[in-house]
Design a protein around this ligand. Structure first.
Ligand code: PPS
Length: 299
């Protein structure tokens, strides 16, 4: 029996997994931010692991040329979850972090605008489908969530996720709007998942420019090569395989985090009526929102 699907804890308006580091969130404003810290911020299922891998490859030569056998999660640990007991405070610089936190829970020091934030976003229909699969896989003993039920919850204007669904997050609309509307408080790059999928090389160059990292052509080739879905799926250090075994998730579920990695899988799951319902809510909630979304592979 694994623990990953256990109850959520709602704390300060956000649904954390039961094992979140409460003290860290309570004291986030006192967490000392260094100028060269980098935070990858995502709503779950939007490309977190992918960006963790890209940052590891950009920052660590040993990761790039595969001479070091360090898991990506140890290079870019979560801020609010301590899966591996990493002492994130005292790690040597540059410190890289991953986090699903909403903007209002982020450490205040990030607003000094020197440390960098990369916000990865993905079209929310694919986020929904990815999350539904994930939740049903990690909670094998629970009744399976149907897409109808899940859709209703995903679109729930109050953000009242019930515990059965176990979504370790708040409302998708609030998460992205919150970060975007407060973007001027941060030194932040908004990076679209679909753009990375369509042009990984261009995206790597954009990300490294933002980070002020100069890379040779050869470095970029290595990064792009090791950040493809197929390669990440086959590299245990890159795909959380060790974390899953630590959490006692059976090995056949190792595809859990690396499922399909495509754009537009929602088309295989949402009915026309469900899609229209989604679109109605999207139009209401995202009215006047300037970031564009790519909904299918030809988009
Ligand atoms: S989590 O659990 O919140 O950290 O999940 P997250 O990493 O944010 O999202 C998982 C989805 O990202 C896909 N993924 C990728 N897509 C394309 N290329 C690469 N390299 C890649 N790495 C991860 C992963 O397959 C999940 O999406 P789905 O749609 O479920 O396949």
């Amino acid at each position: 029996m694994n623990n990953i699907g256990r109850n959520l804890v709602n704390f300060k308006g956000y649904n954390f997994r039961y094992n979140f580091d409460k003290a860290r969130i309570e004291n986030a404003d006192n967490f000392e931010i260094r100028e060269d810290d980098v935070f990858v911020i995502t709503y779950p299922k939007s490309g977190t692991i992918w960006m963790q891998q890209i940052l590891s490859l950009i920052y660590f030569e040993g990761h790039r040329n595969r001479t070091e056998n360090v898991d990506t999660i140890d290079r870019v640990p979560f801020f609010e979850y301590s899966y591996r007991g990493t002492d994130i405070e005292n790690r040597p610089s540059p410190r890289l972090f991953a986090s699903h936190l909403p903007y209002y829970l982020a450490p205040k020091g990030l607003k000094n605008k020197k440390a960098k934030v990369i916000y990865v976003y993905r079209n929310p229909k694919d986020v929904l489908v990815s999350m539904l699969h994930f939740i049903n896989l990690i909670n094998p003993h629970e009744p399976i969530n149907t897409i109808e039920h899940f859709l209703e919850k995903f679109l729930d204007g109050n953000g009242n996720y019930d515990n059965l669904l176990r979504i370790p997050a708040s409302l998708w609309f609030d998460h992205i709007r919150g970060w975007y509307e407060h973007r001027h408080d941060f030194n932040i790059l908004f990076q679209m998942y679909e753009q990375m999928k369509k042009d990984l090389r261009g995206s790597v160059l954009q990300i490294s420019r933002f980070l002020g990292k100069e890379l040779s052509e050869e470095d970029v080739d290595d990064i792009v090569n090791q950040a493809t879905f197929e390669n990440m799926k086959s590299i245990p250090q890159a795909n959380y395989a060790h974390v899953l075994s630590q959490l006692r998730i059976p090995s056949h579920k190792e595809g859990l985090h690396m499922r399909k990695g495509t754009i537009g899988d929602w088309k295989h799951h949402l009915t026309v009526a469900q899609n229209e319902k989604f679109d109605r809510m999207f139009q209401t909630k995202m009215k006047d929102f300037p970031l564009k979304f790519i909904w299918d592979i030809n988009g």
